[in-house]
Design a protein. Sequence first.
Length: 680
Amino acid sequence: MTEIIRSQVGVNTYLAPSGSLAETHGLNLLQAEIEQCISAGETLLILDFSTVPTISSKVLELLLEWREQLLPKGGSITLVNTNSIISEVLKITGVGNFIPVINRSGKDTLRKPESSDNQKSRLGDMLIAEQLVAPEIIDKALQIQSATGKRMGMILLEKGWVSESDLLKTLSKQLDTPYIQLRPGLWDPAIANIIDRDTSQRLVVLPLFKIHNKLILASNDPQDLPALDEIKNRTNCTVTPVLAKKDDITRQHGEALDSDLDIAEYLGNLEEDFEVVDTQIPDDFAVIDELSSESPVVNLINAMIQRAIRDNASDIHIEPGRKKSRIRFRLDGILYEVMTPGAEMHPALVSRLKVMANLDIAERRLPQDGRIQVNTQGRVVDLRFSSLPGIFGEKIVLRVLDKNQNLLNIERLSMSEANQAAFIKLLKRTHGLILVTGPTGSGKTTTLYAAINYLNSIEKNIVTIEDPVEYQIDIVNQNQVKEAIGLTFPKVLKHVLRQDPDIVMVGEIREKETAEIAVQAALTGHLVLSTLHTNESTGVISRLLEMGIEPYLLSSSLIGVIAQRLIRTVCDECKTSYIASTEDIKRHHWQQHGQVRLSKGRGCPACYDSGYKGRIANHEILPVTSELQRLMINDPTQDDLYSYLKNSGIASLYQDGLDRVLEGVTTLEEISRVMAYEEI
């Protein structure tokens, strides 16, 4: 429920809405609070929008009305902590020219600068000045313009001499009109329907916001005066166009104009190369395009899955609520809300997914697990289905398992040169135990598969024990654990050792029995690879000793530990650089580098406004030396192991992360978020 936190900071009254202002209840609460402030003589108001995701036309109108009420009283209203979506809305609507928007440095981020004389320049001259086209291209375009009477921009687009985005950005400067990358949040659903669907699609426009009698309109041709006049006559509003790409406008049409589903961003992106594979009859394919016309739910599910795969999401969360469902994608380890269907749609979404996973749609009281397989973008992708009953219905999580074999390459593990050399040196050993450690979701399994791919050879018998088998590798003998019938890790491992293996991969060491068999296998001439859940490399030794593994056996079998984390990388689309502060340089001992330039992302549509896109792993590789063997025999404490690691000169996880920061790959904030500890 929306709440308004009200406090007094000096002469300023600070108001912080803690929920959405899109609903009438939340907006009424804020309106009542501000009216109380004005009545009490509190006229210097600061609104903190840090937890407000989007704003509507009504909010924009009220901001201007409150400003008009406060000005005669010597007061003001200021916004702080607006996200990138709201900041862009304030800019394109012009409200930011009247309402100050203060960033953390104390500067007004949206106040419009003095206009330049760009509008006096010709479009062709501006394109040449920006080095977007050659002068001879403009000469050819002028000849065509003289013969046909078409506008310069239209000619350049039709001939493919300039991209639409470059043309619109240049037009934006020439006409002093904002250019936006249109996406949800940059239009008000209540206003999008002010023009009927047919007219909007015919004119390729989308109403964004309406502030009193002013309509903000997305258009890819702001000089199309007949179209603007038609919209003015239909709405009785003054029309203010903003520039947007034609494809972006078309893609948003469905979601903005289809009030029943509110899903057009996904339906508009549905591609033809997408098939659901019937897991019961592997050779039978159900083509989504044939089903999509039969049910909006089917179309929604298929488009949602395809969007998740295209965006490289690792998980899809479909969560029921009291009034609406919520669909979130986990991208680079962080959950992002991408869609909110109505609560009445949720049972149908769940049933459709259960049908795809060949599960019982009538069973709603117990959790269920299943598997969905799809073909898209030229590859097969598995979706691991999991349902969990809750108070508002069943929550569904789909784990996306992309069977892209290119991922299973040791060169693609993003290891530093030193770490990669150390890892390969361990893999070239003929026997011993190699463990990969880290929390859930840190890429341990991918590292194991890359190691198996590196070792794979017709001359070797490689056997794996997994739960479940996520990637299928040629020549390798892969076995899946089945706890329900008693086929556990220890039982399979005992039988595997009778199959004359050279290399054994155990998906995870969970209990003492598996650990004991893995150690014995390593001691009897096998190379054993497995994973263990600990926070750092030295924690593996402590964990195995706590499990009851004899110190002398562990010291003889363990040959190396790889600890790792996944860290988000700076988005290339919005990457920018800055000079590191003196405090950061001193804290991280970067004095020898002189002036340090670091990178960060500003936030853009490509990265969901996060500033990050993609992830890489950073590593800490601990080879077992004779000194560490002697230490293990004496049953060391964790402090003893920390001391050994610090004195050994091995680059810790934290130090490896700082190296990536210096390279401009990630940020200090991301390293601090992923690792809850400093360099030891």
